[in-house]
Design a protein around this ligand. Structure first.
Ligand code: MN
Length: 235
């Protein structure tokens, strides 16, 4: 029986899986804030070692690596943030650090694209970050590589270039909150489920891009990513 809907049901975005004809349907996009010390420093803030914190992007912000997207509206300071992404493949609540890997389907490279000017205004005024973080096409993701292929990465180079010039260069072993710790902590507040993505935070070196720029990035033994910024959309 078909549902009696006012308009067509929105299609959730899906992500390509390396080596598989199946796609990964996205449910939620969690993002960890300030998870590399050098990045927290460049943002002028101290790292909170008591507990991690998060913001969320809607699933509809997800777009694939290789996209050409228009420079977004409402900003004059549009930033890249290169990140390791965790793809959850199994539901769980109150997951222990020891069991966290069981809930991971795989990993991807991601870009947490940010309207930095709007984020910083919100931060200063103590307001939510949504306008700075959760906007259309702001969650770029590579193909997902299954953990059954690569295991669970604990170290490896994470790099980003703009027009070929290196802007971010670090190692994922510098993550303050490690992958199992993030899953254990986040699952105390949310029932994590298959389809959830977790952007784990960006290293130092964030900065602006403008129309015409091409972003490329890589995480060793995980995936590469690229994004091209076009002129703003007219309507
Ligand atoms: Mn980020």
């Amino acid at each position: 029986m078909t549902e009696n809907l006012l308009f067509e049901k929105p299609q959730v975005p899906t992500v390509t899986i390396k080596g598989s004809p199946k796609k990964f349907p996205v449910k939620r996009v969690f993002c960890v804030g300030r998870n590399y010390e050098a990045h927290a420093r460049e943002m002028g803030v101290e790292v909170d070692r008591e507990q991690p914190f998060y913001f969320i992007k809607t699933a509809f912000a997800v777009i694939p690596s290789g996209s050409h997207i228009p420079y977004p509206p409402g900003t004059d300071n549009y930033h890249y943030e290169m990140e390791l992404v965790i793809a959850i493949g199994k539901d769980g609540f109150n997951i222990s650090v020891e069991k966290a890997h069981d809930h991971i389907y795989g990993y991807a490279a991601g870009l947490d694209m940010t309207r930095r000017d709007l984020q910083l205004v919100a931060r200063e005024k103590g307001r939510p970050w949504d306008l700075g973080k959760d906007f259309e096409q702001s969650a770029v993701i590579s193909e997902i590589v299954p953990a059954s292929e690569i295991g669970h990465p604990e170290s490896g180079a994470i790099e980003l270039q703009v027009n070929g010039a290196v802007k971010q260069s670090a190692d994922i072993d510098l993550l303050i909150w490690k992958i199992p710790e993030i899953i254990a902590h986040l699952s105390r507040f949310y029932h994590l489920s298959a389809g959830d993505l977790i952007y784990t935070g960006t290293p130092a070196g964030v900065g602006p891009v403008v129309a015409g720029d091409r972003i490329t990035g890589s995480i060793a033994n995980v995936a590469n990513i690229e994004l091209t910024i076009d002129n703003p959309a007219v309507d």
